[in-house]
Ligand binder design. Structure first.
Ligand SMILES: *[C@@H]1O[C@H](CO)[C@@H](O)[C@H](O)[C@H]1NC(C)=O
Ligand SMILES: *[C@@H]1O[C@H](CO)[C@@H](O)[C@H](O)[C@H]1NC(C)=O
Length: 191
């Protein structure tokens, strides 16, 4: 009985490693950037995001504790109504309604330090998108990262359920320094 359980555990382990490597190979692990949610605890995992291809800056420092604030409006396509809480923080917006560059510019103008743009395909947990500039607008200089739709939805849902105005995150996280990675990635992504 015990050996069956052990074999099952091993198969699950190998499967998770396989899923992890196949997911990462689409982009190359070096191209993904990681952040950790500290609070709320129920989504206290390490998330991956894909930096925009040809616009947006890189992180100049590591933020151990910074707020991740959902934009209002959620798509970030017009001036931010919650500018007072956006100032100096990382902002979560949804894909759609306007270009990636326009969203990032709105966040930058509101004083955001970086922007995470979550896919609006909430069931799509496997595809990262290369965000490219639209050519029309001046390029924003804050870091702009693409987040899987499922991850963005889980974060928003958790904040809504607990009536929290923001999450607390560390960004970027150096996963090569973490022995426990990839096991602290979101379970809905790993499996
Ligand atoms: C997931 O998103 C990618 C990129 O936007 C798209 O190419 C793919 O068709 C989507 N898959 C599903 C199942 O929606
Ligand atoms: C990330 O961690 C690895 C292993 O500890 C280290 O060699 C590397 O310099 C770190 N990278 C950064 C950017 O801190």
């Amino acid at each position: 009985m015990e050996s069956v359980a052990r074999t099952a555990a091993l198969v699950l382990y190998l499967w998770s490693v396989f899923m992890q490597s196949s997911r990462i190979s689409a982009l190359g692990v070096n191209e993904l950037l990681y952040f950790r949610i500290i609070s709320p605890e129920e989504i206290g995992y390490i998330f991956s995001a894909a930096p925009a291809k040809d616009f947006g800056g890189t992180f100049k420092s590591f933020y151990d504790e910074i707020f991740l604030v959902p934009a209002d409006p959620a798509d970030g396509c017009s001036d931010m109504k919650n500018q007072d809480v956006i100032q100096g923080q990382v902002i979560l917006v949804e894909r759609g309604g306007c270009s990636f560059v326009q969203k990032a510019r709105h966040v930058e103008e509101a004083g955001g330090k970086a922007v995470l743009i979550a896919d609006n395909a909430e069931d799509n947990d496997s595809q990262y998108l290369d965000m490219v500039a639209d050519g029309s607008t001046a390029k924003p200089s804050i870091p702009a990262l693409f987040l899987l739709g499922r991850d963005g939805m889980m974060i928003r849902r958790s904040l809504q359920r607990q009536a929290l105005p923001w999450a607390v995150i560390s960004i970027p996280v150096n996963v090569s320094a973490l022995a426990s990675f990839p096991f602290n990635q979101p379970p809905w992504t790993l499996w």
